[in-house]
Design a protein around this ligand. Structure first.
Ligand code: ATP
Ligand code: MG
Length: 570
């Protein structure tokens, strides 16, 4: 009951439930801290595709902007030059849009601020708050000290502003090799917060940037760029994950020292999911190592992978609402994400019949020359507006291999020799004979049907225990269906020494001889259905073609989340 209620709230608007961040914003609005404005931002680094963790951040930032009638800026934190970034930028924009993020005219790139950031750095130098250091990266690390020991000041720390200005300009002009010098903030080498021990602001990197080309050979560091980008854009609440908690002091120091507009940084716990890794570095490893077919592989926890798998954006948003936003790190069960997908598709996906492992059934008393026998089927019992469709019945059918047993145990209520079952929306049939090949494999069943049971009920009131799905052989559409399991076989793959060692060996099973009901011949890529009794399936956006459909199993019908809750595990 509560789940249903939450889900409905989720679909109305994201994050309808309160959280500690919204409490802070409410307080700021009450105190008129930011003159009534609410401006958030979503700032990915374009060094990979977005994943379900980013979806949480998208829902949070764009959700807040939507609910408070504010703005959410889409900003690429692209201070790290590298080759492949354009592909990542495009995929990120597509994924944010698909998730429902609407940035309006507020699309920004940190690289667009390089001139301004340089000017801010010069200002810090003039104020005696930054210096050029000639120590090597290794020496800087040695000088930094430890959690229990204060750091040591660099011998270059007390250069004059003039000398620093000249050296910094030389760095910009490319006069020094990579790694030979950096610009550092002059703060406190004895600070208990190690991040405050003269952090690096700029480094030399003679690498072309995907947007600024060869213009720069020095690049600003994240901590310097991020707060100033927020400030220049007039962001009010800069929401980031907990690992930046210690960086907040530096965020505040830069803005206060430069005496510029000062947004507020707020941290929340990042999403962790069972059977999943959410580190871009590791995801890149899976793609580059060929362990998956690419970033959009339906087993990947990327937004594009989930989209291809058939997860609706609305279901992902509902999931993000359910998990909420807190300051404590936690591991969310994959079963909850699947529950959200199942629950959403239950209401939105049309039911159809498909046989994945076909077994031929011949209805011996069905007339050879019967006129077309079209049976009416309900498209979605959860949605009366979805209406009905008709499905053809005929003398030769396919049922699921698993739905027949020659020597059925007590609890098996499906078909067996001499047994009667219902074919969904059609007739009662009784198995009269089993045909086998020379190896003893069952190749065909012979059955009889009762014409009086058309539509699926017996006028004499007799009951059957099993109802099977089926497809008429003469009308069936041949299809490929891909079944997915978790990509990893460990609940927490981060615990594996090498995450590639705990990849699930059977995470993909391809079935090439599937039989679908005729309406699925012309399915649109990305269209989703419930295959009755089997699960939810989505036409593959790359490989599915008219007349030759390819389906991905999105999720089964088994509600493992409900089971876990019953057991008190969730
Ligand atoms: P990685 O460390 O794997 O490279 P990242 O955090 O550096 O990931 P960014 O592109 O910098 O990735 O992230 C953009 C935004 O998404 C940031 O605000 C970040 O806090 C947020 N984000 C990233 N991962 C998660 C997660 N697992 N849960 C919630 N938010 C996340
Ligand atoms: Mg990052």
């Amino acid at each position: 009951m509560t789940d249903k209620k939450n889900a409905d709230a989720g679909e109305k608007k994201s994050g309808a439930a309160g959280n500690f961040i919204r409490n802070i914003i409410d307080e700021d609005l009450k105190n008129n801290t930011y003159r009534g404005r609410v401006v958030t931002r979503f700032p990915p680094e374009p060094n990979g595709y977005l994943h379900i963790g980013h979806a949480k951040s998208i829902c949070l930032n764009f959700g807040i902007a939507g609910d408070y009638k504010g703005e959410c800026h889409m900003r690429f934190d692209d201070t790290n030059p590298s080759k492949e970034e354009t592909e990542y930028v495009e995929s990120i924009l597509e994924d944010v849009k698909w998730m429902g993020g609407n940035w309006g005219e507020h699309l920004y790139y940190a690289s667009d601020y390089f001139d301004k950031l340089y000017a801010f750095a010069v200002e810090l130098i003039r104020k005696g708050k930054a210096y050029v250091d000639d120590l090597s990266a290794e020496e800087i690390r040695e000088y930094r000290g430890t959690l229990t020991e204060a750091g040591k000041e660099s011998p270059y720390r007390n250069r004059s502003a003039e000398e620093n200005l000249a050296l910094f300009e030389g760095m910009k002009k490319g006069e020094f090799p990579d790694g030979s010098r950096v610009l550092r903030a002059k703060i406190d080498m004895a600070s208990p917060n190690i991040i405050m021990r003269d952090p690096t602001l700029y480094r030399i990197r003679k690498t072309a940037h995907h947007r600024t080309g060869e213009k720069w050979c020095i690049y600003p560091m994240y901590d310097f760029t991020h707060c100033l980008s927020d400030s220049m854009e007039g962001v009010t609440h800069s929401i980031c994950t907990l690992e930046f908690e210690n960086n907040r002091e530096l965020y505040d120091w830069v803005l206060s020292t430069l005496n510029v507009y000062h947004p507020r940084q707020i941290e929340f716990a990042r999403l962790n999911l069972t059977y999943t890794i959410l580190s871009k570095r590791k995801l890149i490893g899976l793609v580059q190592g060929g362990y998956v077919s690419g970033w959009e592989d339906p087993r990947m926890p990327t937004i594009s992978g989930m989209r291809r798998r058939g997860y609706p954006a609305g279901a992902i948003r509902n999931f993000c609402d359910r998990i909420g936003v807190a300051r404590r790190d936690s591991m969310v069960d994959m079963a909850l994400l699947e529950f959200s997908v199942r629950e959403y598709l239950n209401r939105h996906a049309r039911r159809v019949m498909a046989v994945l492992n076909p077994l031929r059934v011949v209805i011996e008393n069905y007339p050879e020359d019967s006129p077309e026998d079209m049976l009416e089927c309900i498209n979605n019992p959860e949605d009366p507006e979805a209406g009905t469709r008709t499905v053809p019945f005929s003398k030769v059918l396919y049922i699921e291999k698993e739905d027949f047993m020659e020597n059925p145990p007590k609890k098996f209520f499906r078909l067996g020799p001499g047994r009667e079952v219902r074919l969904r929306y059609a007739y009662f049939i009784t198995c009269t004979d089993v045909i086998k090949d020379e190896k003893g494999e069952i190749t065909e069943l012979r059955c009889t049907y009762d014409p009086a049971t058309r539509g699926g009920d017996a006028p004499d009131g007799r009951k059957v225990k099993g109802t099977l799905h089926w497809v008429s052989a003469a009308h069936a559409v041949d299809a490929e269906v891909r079944l997915y399991d978790y990509l990893f076989n460990r609940e927490n793959p981060n615990e594996c020494e090498d995450y590639k060692e705990c990849l699930h060996p059977d995470s993909l099973k391809v079935l090439t001889d599937c039989k679908l009901e005729p309406c699925l011949a012309q399915v649109a890529p990305g269209e989703r259905f419930q295959f009755e009794r089997l699960g939810y399936f989505c036409a593959d956006s790359r490989d599915s073609q008219p007349g030759k459909p390819v389906f991905n199993r999105t999720v089964t019908l088994r509600d493992t989340w409900a089971k876990m809750q019953k057991k008190g595990k969730a």
